[in-house]
Ligand binder design. Structure first.
Ligand code: FE
Length: 169
């Protein structure tokens, strides 16, 4: 499964509005709904997260390709939100996209993540966010494998891995 150079290039560009500072606007644009939302101030997130986790999840940053701890990770288990523990992606849908970022063809369930339009850098992309806390996770593209044809391109720094929790759907 080859990823084009263009996809790698645009996936590397990500500077979105900080979801920590404007949760009301963000929630209005979220395509999924969740009744148990978590809202914290920027200062609270800074205390909880490493500087890299904050840059990516709160400021819409992107880790360099082939540097995160999960792009080449193959254990069975659940990938959870590093900020709130929301169950986001199962190892069952993880695949090697060749992009250098953890890639999944589907979220753990339909309520795990939300999406919103990202027009940064003059490119229209679809941003993926945690449906519970609004964390920036990455982007979703339509060049993934079947059965969905989607590629959720996610930053390792936005994830925690829990090998004891596999998807029990
Ligand atoms: Fe979260």
């Amino acid at each position: 499964m080859k990823t084009t150079f263009f996809n790698i290039l645009i996936a590397g560009f990500s500077l979105n509005i900080c979801s920590c500072q404007n949760t009301n606007t963000m929630e209005n644009k979220t395509s999924q709904t969740d009744t148990a939302k978590i809202s914290k101030s920027s200062e609270e997130w800074k205390k909880q997260l490493t500087s890299e986790q904050y840059r990516i999840t709160c400021e819409g940053g992107t880790e360099p390709a082939f540097t995160g701890k999960y792009w080449n990770h193959h254990e069975k288990g659940m990938y959870e939100c590093v900020r709130c523990g929301n169950q986001l992606f199962t190892s069952d849908t993880k695949y090697d996209s060749g992009s250098g970022w953890p890639s999944f063809y589907a979220p753990a369930n339909s309520a795990s993540v939300g999406t919103k339009e990202d027009k940064s850098f003059g490119i229209i992309r679809t941003e993926v966010i945690c449906s519970k806390c609004g964390s920036h996770l990455g982007h979703v593209f339509d060049d993934g494998p079947q059965p969905t044809g989607l590629r959720y391109c996610i930053n390792s720094a936005a994830l925690d891995f829990n090998k004891d929790k596999e998807n029990k759907k």
